[in-house]
Design a protein around this ligand. Structure first.
Ligand SMILES: [Zn+2]
Length: 355
């Protein structure tokens, strides 16, 4: 079965203006690359638009009104670094809609894995306001749709973007039905997501924060996911996995300043794919978040699609993905981060006390 690519030029009509890092060129580079070097096992379709009621599962109607009111206007400043253009309202509805289309396709079994190639990104958008280049929280809207309409009971959101997805965490931090896992540089914009944030009330233990330091690379990123998240995913048993696929951890990204290479993107998405194969085969959806060096976004999308189209065999002994490796070893600081995260989450996930 094919992996679906959700693609629509409507999302290129959002343009925050000259010199803005989140510009149409970053996605245009990905589309050109896929046209020139298509990936075997993928199929491209046009997405639908998100409806107002779908957006309002996450956002206030006042916020949806504000974004709608920008339609056709040259430039409207919504926060310090979030600016709209005449086509932004439609682009933002298309970005959320593509993520919804992707989820519908994998849950119905029409596709084995899907990638929504969208912008503007979503994970900083809060219920009531735009933030950090994001208008609507695409991944949160998709998780709510999966819970409310598609029969999914345990949705796992993985967010390896270099920034913490404050909007996504806030949407789900009091709940146990949608787990949010973020690795991010910290302290760094938006300055949320310390390791001690593990969710509240019924959501305690269902928010996982993995803070990284400037310059960390492939082995560090892979280590925190394998060491902390693999046992939690085994306990959570997701029936859908959504990835906030940000590629601003790339070594040449002008914003992120981490050191991740193509090998790191490959290993990370192989791990995500192994979890999906073990707990929810075919139900892995990526939606594009950040990434501001076009070549890094191209490599990240190729790595993701490569992992989505290559079916891994779930290990029968031990935990899914435990054997995915890299040539290099994690630094001591990354090991300490993993120890701290295990300690913070161990009361809710007994498996973290072992090993
Ligand atoms: Zn980012």
């Amino acid at each position: 079965m094919d992996t679906l690519i959700l693609r629509d030029d409507t999302v290129l009509d959002h343009n925050p203006g000259p010199g803005h890092p989140e510009n149409p060129a970053r996605l245009a580079a990905v589309l050109k690359d896929l046209d020139e070097r298509p990936i075997i096992g993928t199929r491209t379709v046009a997405p639908r638009l998100a409806s107002r009621s779908e957006l309002e599962r996450v956002h206030t109607s006042a916020h949806v009104d504000i974004v709608e009111s920008t339609e056709g206007k040259p430039h409207v400043v919504l926060d310090n670094d979030t600016v709209t253009s005449p086509g932004s309202w439609l682009a933002a509805r298309c970005a959320a809609g593509a993520t919804l289309s992707a989820v519908e396709a994998v849950v119905s079994g029409e596709a084995s894995g899907a990638f929504a190639l969208v912008r503007p990104p979503g994970h900083h958008a809060e219920a009531g306001h735009a933030m950090g280049f994001c208008l609507f929280n695409n991944v949160a809207v998709a998780a709510e749709h999966a819970r409310n309409e598609l029969g999914c009971e345990r949705v796992l959101i993985l967010d390896p973007d270099v920034h913490h997805g404050n909007g996504t965490q806030h949407a789900f931090q009091n709940r146990a039905d949608v787990m949010y896992v973020s690795s991010h540089r910290y302290p760094f914009y938006p300055f949320t997501g310390p390791v001690t944030d593990i969710g509240n009330r019924e959501g305690s233990g269902f928010t996982v924060n993995l803070p990284l330091s400037q310059g960390m690379g492939d082995a560090d990123l892979l280590h925190v996911y394998q060491d902390v998240v693999t046992p939690i995913v085994a306990g959570f048993q997701p029936d859908l996995i959504l990835v906030s696929a940000g590629f601003d951890t790339w070594h040449s990204d002008p914003v992120g300043d981490l050191g991740v290479t193509r090998a790191g993107f490959d290993a990370l998405f192989e791990l995500f794919s192994a979890w999906s194969d073990a707990y929810c085969p075919g139900r892995l959806v990526a939606t594009l978040e950040g990434g501001y060096d076009p070549s890094g976004v191209v490599q990240g999308v190729r790595a993701s699609l490569r992992a989505l189209t290559a079916r891994t065999s779930a290990s029968s002994s031990g935990e899914a993905g435990a054997d995915i490796g890299l040539d290099s070893a994690p630094c001591s600081e990354a090991r300490i981060t993993a120890v701290e995260a295990r300690k913070a989450l161990a009361p809710w996930w007994p498996k973290l006390r072992q090993g």
